[in-house]
Design a protein around this ligand. Structure first.
Ligand code: ZN
Length: 149
């Protein structure tokens, strides 16, 4: 199966049945994200213990790409340290925004690599990165909304 087929499958699967689609209890970080271009909204909550994300969940509405991206992100991040999360975001963001034809780092990104196809659609990049921007905001523990603008 190539990355394009896998992309379709992941978007459909996670868009319809998002993982961790609930608020963790307890939680000590929260971020809210909004993508005005598409209308995607996400509220992300996580429990940070020391340096480790022990639980994470979100409630959101919007297009399948935004919800599927946030769903795969929560799956990838549970149990990870902040440094690992940051590194993953760096790779994910680079994959979507750096204009070269290099293959995504499948080993490091796993399922997240399927979003490489979104790179060709700049409007969609904002949908795919909304969850991650919201994560950054939650980790900085800032109030207010993260937007993709
Ligand atoms: Zn969207």
């Amino acid at each position: 199966m190539d990355l394009r087929e896998l992309y379709q499958e992941v978007i459909l699967d996670h868009g319809k049945n998002p993982r961790n689609h609930r608020f963790p209890e307890p939680y000590n970080r929260e971020g809210r994200g909004y993508n005005p271009l598409c209308g995607d909204k996400i509220t992300l909550r996580l429990q940070l213990e020391g340096d480790t994300i022990t639980d994470i969940g979100f409630i959101g509405e919007g297009c399948a790409i935004s919800q599927a991206s946030c769903s795969t992100m929560t799956e990838a991040l549970k149990g990870k340290t902040l440094a690992e999360a940051e590194e993953m975001f760096g790779k994910f963001h680079k994959m979507l925004t750096v204009d070269d034809d290099s293959e995504p780092d499948l080993d490091a990104l796993g399922k997240l690599a399927v979003f490489a196809g979104v790179r060709e659609f700049p409007m969609r990049v904002k949908c795919a990165t909304l969850g991650w921007h919201t994560l950054n905001q939650a980790l900085r523990n800032e109030r207010g909304e993260a937007t993709t603008e």
